[in-house]
Design a protein around this ligand. Sequence first.
Ligand code: ADP
Ligand code: 5GP
Length: 214
Amino acid sequence: MGKRGILTVISGFSGAGKGTLMKAILEKYDYGLSISATTRAPREGEVNGREYYFLSKQEFEDMIANQALIEWAQYVDNYYGTPKKYVEEQLAAGKNVILEIEIQGALHVKELFPDALLIFVTPPSAMDLKNRLVGRGTEDMATIEKRLKRAYEESAYMDQYDYIAINDVLEDCVEDLNQVITQAATILEAGGKFAVEQDFTQLISKIQKELKEL
Ligand code: ADP
Ligand code: 5GP
């Protein structure tokens, strides 16, 4: 049997730049990016089957009932979930797979796949986060406020992740992500367990404090 791929889960506050990073990493490196199902409406420029599978509530609930999702969660006002088939096929074929999902889903994946690598992406500061959300221009202020509040709640879980990547200069963050994933895949293949030496405690406290003040 050939080697299995490594499963990497990327989470991060809404507006941290996860979507932008995923696009950039796929242009440069060979990863399988899982496309999630969601009940939220497509944003301008989003295409069904590319960014997400955009489903009705009924269609989504049918997928849950048919056990077609690895995990699913409710985020702000919508359902989001990871279709099982693609992930299992790609990993079995030896491809390294990335899931870009929120925290509840990430922790659930870790339970199901203990070898999964969990990476949390954050902008350098909470102010950068707010500026990116506002700058993206895809949500109204009320939704942005909800997402910032959610970001503060989510910051309590950052310490559950194996690695924290700071998305300051996009290209640097892409390299950082690829390096960490490659390193973890090598260790996993050799039968070891990935662990970083870096201590993220101070970084987490700083972001938490800033989000609270926002
Ligand atoms: P997410 O998928 O995490 O919600 P996006 O990828 O949509 O975030 O990015 C949010 C906004 O921030 C977008 O307008 C994007 O162009 C911008 N952005 C992403 N990465 C960076 C970066 N490294 N520096 C500055 N702006 C960024
Ligand atoms: P957005 O609406 O900004 O595209 O995504 C909102 C949140 O849902 C993000 O935190 C994103 O990571 C998360 N998300 C996207 N797909 C999935 C999924 O399949 N499962 C879970 N649990 N979260 C997801």
